[in-house]
Every structure is written in structure tokens, then in C-alpha cells.
Design a protein around this ligand. Sequence first.
Ligand SMILES: Cc1ncc(C[n+]2csc(CCOP(=O)(O)OP(=O)(O)O)c2C)c(N)n1
Ligand SMILES: [Mg+2]
Length: 384
Amino acid sequence: MYPGSNGRAMSGDALERDLLDREPNDRIRVLDPDGTVVAPELEPALEAETLRSMYRDMRFSRRFDERMISLQRQGRLGTYSSLAGQEGSQIGSTYALADDDVLSYQYREHGAVVARGLPWEYLLYWMGHEDGNAALAEIDVFPLNISIAAHLPHIVGWSWAAKLNGDDRVGVAHFGDGSTSEGDFHEALNVAGVFDTPTVFVCNNNQWAISVPRERQTASATIAQKATAYGFAGVQVDGMDPLATYVVTKAAREKALESDGERLRPTLIEAVQYRYGAHTTADDPDVYRDEEEVEAWREKDPIDRFEAYLRNEGVLDDDRIEAIEDEIEETLATLVDRAENVAGDPGEMFEYAYAEPTPRLEDQRDYLADLRDRHGDGALLEDE
Ligand SMILES: Cc1ncc(C[n+]2csc(CCOP(=O)(O)OP(=O)(O)O)c2C)c(N)n1
Ligand SMILES: [Mg+2]
């Protein structure tokens, strides 16, 4: 049972149908932007400890973002993609999963990884070490995917295998609005429908694909409705409302595992949200969008909204927030410290693209090795 705060409880099955059998443009929201509960019948009955943990993970992700951008600006990190504004979708949906469900993401959903228990090695990837990706396997997260939508056929394949093996696990993929224009997106959804795989597709529609706005991405009224063509449910959710993304993902997960033989297992969730920052640290959004647009979306901020709700519920107060802030700063400092203490070998950059290096790559590898021999690594660093 999911008891609503006003007593209008719904059984799990009724709630799941209520959430997933909607029209794709019927956007699901539990909290409005000032934190008021607008759909008490959908409000999940989560323990205070879980709610605080979700809040901490959202705050951590926002702070992590600031720190990563600052490290990049200081030359201590490579190109980085900011998640600010997208915490509600990434963290709310991940809290609805079991620990051994498999998660696959694009490159912006660090918050989903935080909710899984971000390993300190995560920073290594962004500093150019392959070990950063490898550490994700321990928390059942696939390596991140720069090549957009290329991970979607893989998560469908994994989900199909889980079903054939009789595992009670789902495959969950995060991707952007831009990814929905790729062939891989359509192929993955088609196979998911035909083979009825236990897959949850979370499209983080943040209104932009670098400089391409949502209205130039597709002529469909919603992204959610694309699921109709593949025979399964597509729902739109307020992606800046962590409780809405939580309940919708939970319902999608249940449907994926407990097929009623009538409706297909996969679900496409379109989480409507906004990217506050630049596409990456290599981008300048001022050349293609107005600051007023950003400000309007900031009014719907997922963290402010959730904090207002939790204060109102008596789950959070100033003292608890201060303790959470202190803990976040401490954890971040430790993460950065550990990652910066790993000595990297620049020669490794040639190792992972091909099983056998191409002649051109061999030339480049030898050229770098020769430079290092003749001048020493210090000579290659700007501040030496
Ligand atoms: C297959 C492929 N084509 C093109 C690109 C270049 N590219 C990098 S990010 C991006 C936009 C992706 O937008 P979206 O899926 O909305 O994700 P967001 O960055 O907004 O999170 C593109 C086209 C790529 N990475 N992969
Ligand atoms: Mg996008």
C-alpha cells in the first residue's frame, strides 16, 4: 500500500495503473514548485531517514558539480558536464530502484551515480584515468556513454538476458532529449517492445541538446508519446519533483517485473526539467539562450522544492541542514584528495581505443614517449 497523507490510500496495483495508464501529456507532479503536496494520493510513504538521505544526495550532487567545474577551471580536471537543475530526476528515480538493478547513463547523470554510492574513483574518469569507469561495475552501473543513445541497445540486451535468466532485476537507462533523434533510441525501444524486456527508459528532457532546443529536436508534442509507437507506456513527469520521479519509476519498475500479460513491461519516462549550466565546461550557452529562460526554470528548483516540503513535514530543520552541509564538504574534500593522489601515466591514453593500435596511434605514442624521455614530464606541464 502507498498511504497518501490525506488517507486516500491506493493499493500498489491501482496506483501503478493510475500512474502509467495516463495520456503521455498528463504530466505527473506530487510537489508544486513551493513544496506543497498537490497530489496526496501519489505521495510516497518514505521513512524520514530515506527522505533526508535523498535530500543529502541532491545537495551533494549540486555541490559536487560546483567543485568539478572549479577543478576544471584550475586545470585539475578534464572537460565536465554539469548536472545542476537535474537532481530531482536523477536522484528521485534512482531511489525507486533495487540496489542490484542495472543502471546505464549518458554523461550528465552523476546524481544517479551518487544515489548508488559514488565511488571515489569516479573522479578519476574525469581526470583521464580509465580506472574511473571500471569502478562503476561494483555498483552495477555501466560505463558512462559519450556517444549518445549508443547505450540503449545494450541496456535492452541486458534486460532481456535478465528476463531469460529469471532474475528479478530491471535495466534502467538515462539519456537526453537529443538522444531520442538517434537510430539507437528507436531500435532499442522497438526491441524492448517486441521482446517485452524489463527496461525503464528515463529521458531527461532538459530542453537543450547542446545548442538545439527541444522544439527543434522533434515535432512530437511530447517525447513520452514516442513509446506508443513501440506498444508500451510512455509517461511525462515533472523532472524537477523528486517525489514524482520516485513514484513513477517505482511503478515502472513494478510493471517491468510483474507483467500482467496484457501490458508490456518497458516504460518510457519523459522527465521534464532544465540544465542550468553550460552543456559542458567547453560550451558557452550565452550565445544560444537567454538568461531569463534559465531564471524562470530556477523558480522550480528541485532542491528548494524538496527542502520546503521536508521542513514542512518536520523531517528537516536548520541544524540538520548544517550537519548535512558539513558532511558534504568533508566527503568532497576526501574524494578530491584521493583522486589527486593517484599518479597517472600519460602513455595510457593510447591503450584503450583499439585492441591493436593503428600505425598512426603507434607513431603518436612513440612521439610522446620520446618527448618525455628527452625533456622530462615537468617540461610538458604549463606551470613548470
Ligand atoms: C552519436 C553521437 N552524435 C553526436 C554527438 C555529439 N553530442 C554530444 S552531446 C550532444 C547533445 C546531447 O543532448 P541530449 O541527449 O539532450 O543530452 P544533454 O547533453 O542535454 O544531457 C551531441 C549531439 C555524440 N556525443 N554522439
Ligand atoms: Mg538535453
